[in-house]
Design a protein around this ligand. Sequence first.
Ligand code: SAM
Ligand code: SF4
Length: 365
Amino acid sequence: MLRDILNKYELDKSDLLYLMNLTDKDDLNMLYEKAYSIKEKFIGRKAYFRGLIEFSNVCIKDCYYCGIRKSSPQERFSMTKEEILSMAQWAYENEYGSVTLQSGERNDAEYVEFITEIIKDIKNLSDAKLGITLCLGEQSEETYQRWFDAGAHRYLLRIETTSKELYKRIHPNDELHSLQKRIDCLEALKKIGYQVGTGVMIGLPSQTEEDLVNDILFFKEKDIDMIGMGPYVVHKDTPMGIEVLTKNMDTEEEKAKRFELGIKMIAITRLYLKDVNIAATTALQALNPLGRELGLKAGANILMPIITLQEYRYGYQLYDNKPCIDDDQNHCKVCLTGRVLSVGDMVGFAEWGDSPHFKVKNNSK
Ligand code: SAM
Ligand code: SF4
């Protein structure tokens, strides 16, 4: 049965469910090897770096799982333009093909203008060579267009979960936290011409295997170019973290399960979507020291090394045990390059590493 499914070119929902429920170690290894071979065929044995700049923990939203949510009592920081540009300069000099700008969500005019200027300045300092991915939450179509015109060309907006019930359970029930708004934003980004990324959190309380399969079907239905997903990791001072810890649902066994689900999601998404970019996210490493290597071996091809200035890393903790918090960007570069080489891949230095899916679809228009 497993061999038959792995040899099919087009999988259906029941195949995805079968794969999602695998538990036997040999079966799982077979799945991961197949996913790696699909990556090799459609992408090559290359990983691309997106230097991650987490420039502010100010957020207007209150997602129940996130360590920098509005109600969190921590001190807030926002980096200056000069600080952000110094990190982009470092990424350029170190031949990272792209940077990713990430922050809590804000949509006031001052912020929108600030980001517009930053995008233009990053393009200028790198002679337009650094690719720019944005991960700045829900914005108006006009704002997305402004940032695209300024030079950003990829946007990552996780849907978090496509289950309506689960989405409601993990967010406050108000207009600011709407699943439909997020779907509309993904449509707007696509219409403007961004390479569009989305993803989900894996192993959320009460999330089922079928929910995760539906998430993968959603990626296909929305013709998504890039996937950035990872396991849910507890932050002990958040409403969801408190609930999970109170119910004793964050044991080593539970964490290992969530980690395995995270790797399975990467592999099954690679089998199903084939030519999209898929990130091995930092959250994988928060649950397993070899998390990102195992992600690459199961079909991921993007890594997002944190290049945030060290003094700000403590202030940007979405979850507990964030990896690399005490490292500087030079150490992260050496460490991650070693991780890529250890699985037999190469790093695509100074290349954008755009999603082949995006290129194929636009050439065929
Ligand atoms: N504020 C923007 C947004 O929400 O789209 C961008 C930054 S937000 C911190 C980036 C991602 O962090 C979210 O999409 C969410 O999936 C992830 N995240 C937040 N808390 C997390 C947790 N406890 N475990 C795993 N991922 C988490
Ligand atoms: Fe804010 Fe994003 Fe965290 Fe939600 S996930 S609280 S929008 S930073």
